[in-house]
Design a protein around this ligand. Structure first.
Ligand SMILES: [Zn+2]
Length: 96
């Protein structure tokens, strides 16, 4: 595992803790919602996983992330499998 990325993930987790304690001190409703949104976004990022294999995408180098935010290899494998099965991947995604 890349230590540098692991460090970043841990920093994000620390940030969440900090933001959470800040939220408790907020009285203004709008600010509270704004910060809650920030927390949700950070959470989403730290729980970012590959749709196909469930692997943690936070530890994957940018070069290996596919267009849909999954492992490039997993996406390609899926596309090839779909093409072999005669499915138009792009058309079926747009109709979703
Ligand atoms: Zn994957």
């Amino acid at each position: 595992m890349d230590n540098e990325i692991e460090k970043i993930v841990n920093e994000i987790r620390e940030d969440i803790k900090q933001i959470k304690s800040d939220v408790k001190n907020l009285t203004d409703e709008t600010s509270r919602e704004y910060v809650q949104d920030l927390i949700d976004n950070v959470k989403e990022e730290s729980e970012w996983t590959c749709d196909y294999c469930g692997g943690n995408m936070m530890i994957v180098e940018y070069d290996y992330v596919g267009a849909n935010g999954n492992h490039l290899a997993c996406e390609l494998r899926e596309e090839i499998a779909a093409e072999e099965a005669g499915v138009d991947v792009k058309a079926s995604k747009e109709s979703n």
